[in-house]
Design a binder for this molecule. Structure first.
Ligand code: 6R9
Length: 650
């Protein structure tokens, strides 16, 4: 790979959107925040830490004497759950709704901050009774119900680190995570509702616990009422063990660097990495970014993050960010098309959602379903729209703006990772002139840039690797039990830089564009081409809703571009004519070098359970190889369908 050409820089985007004047005038965070943070980054973060309530205020900000092991606010002490619940009640907001819960079958629950305080206190007392102590780990395997929030906060309240495992993971995946964290207590449910039917959770826990002899207690929430196997020596019902507890519980303060949670990232190879986050720095940044990037006004806004609580987005922007800010939010249990494809928009209308945070994969699915579906609902309450999880294609961004945001709401495309703990690169809705498809600017207090192979910062207009150049409060502290892997994975590729694993470019204004994981970059006739840019060119064709692009081994060009596309609901598959049209469209948009050699129309794409496209599997298909590990796929039959398409196309 040659220096500054390490990633092609093909896409040109000229559209710009100024922040709405009214929002800009009343914005929580204005332009001057960037200047203040630039002047004194540590003073800026010390100021944000004071947005929280500490039992001992920190006098130290950052200890970076032993890099890459950071300590933030190390002499401060606080209780994270107190910050998310009690202090709002003490400030007189006990009657404010914390959670509007919408179950998939249509059942609802409203939880105020005062009720949440009582329930978290009861759950904390129950966990203590089950023997959980500060410093222990508790595994949580729950559907998207209010008890998931309560359980996480109850752990935080007593200083036990939670390890939430996404409810869609298999018994083996749960078992390996319980083992790695050495959890002795597990919190689960009989099941949850998914696609119109109860879906069991407890059998997977029973199977996992059979392999984890150290597990002493399994606390089971009754959600669906389905039959469950019961082991009297371990299993206890939540409504019995928690329900009978006192609602009084005095939160104890813990050190800022006390572990708050472990969250496993699947990674592409090897055993899952347990990403460790601690208390004070994590909460400072989760809280500040939620306040700044969504411009949250807790008295009037209704926030809705559609992620599952099993992912970092759910941790930081359902639990810790919104609740530390005293927000009112929606939690929805189910899928976007149950019982109809307008369910999300019906929820926005019903609760008057003002701030919406979702993923490009969902937005592209809505595009595929058609414009008329959101058009049937009143979405005028919306004020700021967020995106996270993957690069958002400019046309998906434009669709989101027009069909969901009524051409009125700023879009914040937020780049961050499980490892970064909170948002890192994003527009600010009252400041940034946004560009469709770009995350644009490191947030105030964050230092990020793009470097070439030799770790030199690239010039504007060039591509390379995204790196973070200064420690940040919510950074991972290590990989649980494996400091060396922490160093090797993130801090070894470039000296003294955190390597995020993502390709990126800087445009002529110096704004950052994310180009996908570096493992996915294609090398075509000596040019590095990003999958994201070719996918965005395809999605800019009016007939295409979604696409995934991979480089397949090719005798002439090294790699050849193979594109898989999903058509929009209204588009017809016109066979060869359409394929030629799409290839020509990419050639015209990006240049002849980026023209896919093959284009296949498919009904679905392989995605991880958090909605990210798994290009690795498509590469296996395109190179006629046996498929690699498919265990993290949402639906493995998708691959059979795609493979059956192949002979016709070659
Ligand atoms: C929060 C989350 C992290 C990876 C990250 C990158 C991709 C996330 C993005 C984005 C482009 C964005 N990613 N947000 N790419 N633009 N706005 O998703 O965490 O599950 O750990 O994934 O997701 O590739 O490195 P996580």
């Amino acid at each position: 790979m040659s220096g500054n050409e390490s990633l092609a820089n093909l896409l040109r985007e000229e559209r710009r959107f100024a922040p709405p004047a009214e929002l800009a005038a009343a914005a929580n965070v204005k332009e001057e925040a960037y200047d203040r943070a630039k002047e004194d980054r540590l003073a800026f973060w010390a100021e944000q830490a004071r947005r929280l309530s500490w039992s001992t205020e920190p006098t130290e900000t950052l200890d970076w004497s032993n890099p890459p092991f950071a300590k933030w606010f190390a002499d401060g002490r606080l209780n994270v759950a107190y910050n998310c619940v009690d202090r709002h009640v003490e400030a007189g907001h006990g009657d404010r709704v914390a959670i509007h819960f919408e179950g998939e079958p249509g059942d609802t629950r409203t939880v105020t901050y005062a009720q949440l305080k009582d329930e978290v206190s009861q759950a904390a007392n129950a966990l203590t009774e089950l023997g959980v102590q500060a410093g222990d780990r508790v595994a949580i395997y729950l559907p998207m119900i209010p008890e998931a929030v309560t359980a996480m906060l109850a752990c935080a309240r007593i200083g036990a680190a939670h390890s939430v495992v996404f409810g869609g993971f298999s018994a083996d995946a749960v078992a390996s995570r319980i083992q790695d964290a050495d959890a002795h207590v597990v919190i689960t449910a009989d099941g949850g509702y998914r696609r119109g039917a109860p879906s069991a959770l407890k059998p997977a826990i029973d199977e996992a616990v059979a392999k984890c002899p150290q597990v002493e207690h399994v606390l089971v929430v009754r959600r669906t009422g389905q039959d469950v196997a019961w082991d009297d020596t371990k299993d206890v019902w939540w409504h019995e063990a928690v329900g009978r507890q006192s609602t009084d519980h005095t939160p104890q303060a813990f050190d800022a660097e006390h572990p708050l949670f472990i969250l496993y990232t699947s990674g592409t190879t090897g055993k899952p990495k347990g990403i460790l986050h601690t208390s004070g720095g994590y909460l400072t940044q989760a809280s500040y970014t939620h306040h700044a990037v969504f411009d949250l006004k807790p008295e009037s806004d209704v926030f809705w993050c559609t992620a599952d609580i099993g992912w970092v987005t759910g941790h930081s922007y359902i639990v810790y960010g919104p609740l530390s800010n005293g927000a009112t939010q929606v939690i929805y249990e189910g899928t976007p098309d149950t019982p109809h494809q307008g369910r999300f928009w019906e929820i926005v209308q019903k609760y008057g959602v003002t701030l919406l945070y979702t993923a490009p994969t969902a937005i592209r699915t809505f595009m595929k379903w058609g414009d008329d579906i959101p058009a049937g609902f009143d979405l005028s309450s919306l004020r700021v729209l967020g995106s996270v999880g993957e690069p958002i294609n400019p046309e998906a961004w434009m669709w989101y703006r027009e069909h969901i945001g009524g051409n009125r709401c700023p879009i914040v495309d937020t780049w961050w990772q499980t490892e970064t703990g909170a948002m890192m690169i994003s527009p600010l809705p009252g400041v940034t002139h946004t560009k469709p498809g770009s995350a644009q600017t490191p947030l105030p207090g964050i230092a990020a840039t793009v470097v070439d192979d030799e770790a030199n910062e690239v010039a504007n207009g060039s591509g390379g690797y995204l790196v973070l150049t200064e420690p940040w409060p919510s950074m991972l502290r290590t990989i649980w039990g494996d400091d060396q892997r922490f160093i090797d994975t993130y801090w070894s590729r470039f000296p003294e830089r955190y390597f995020a694993g993502d390709g990126a470019k800087k445009d002529d204004d110096g704004d950052i564009w994310l180009l996908g994981r570096v493992d996915d970059v294609m090398l075509v006739s000596g040019h590095n081409i990003s999958t994201t840019e070719v996918e965005s060119a395809l999605v800019s064709h009016p007939k295409v809703a979604e696409s995934a692009v991979v480089g397949a081994a090719d005798a002439t060009t090294g790699q050849a571009i193979v594109a898989f596309v999903i058509l929009r609901g209204s588009a017809k598959d016109e066979g060869e004519a359409l394929i030629k049209e799409l290839r020509d469209h990419v050639g015209k948009t990006l240049g002849p070098i980026a023209k896919p050699k093959r284009v296949l129309t498919v009904a679905e794409l392989p995605k991880t359970r958090s909605g990210k496209i798994m290009r690795r599997l498509l590469r296996d298909v395109a190179e006629n190889r046996q498929l690699g590990d498919v265990t993290t796929l949402t639906d493995s039959t998708v691959m059979d369908l795609i493979q059956s398409k192949l002979p016709a196309a070659s």
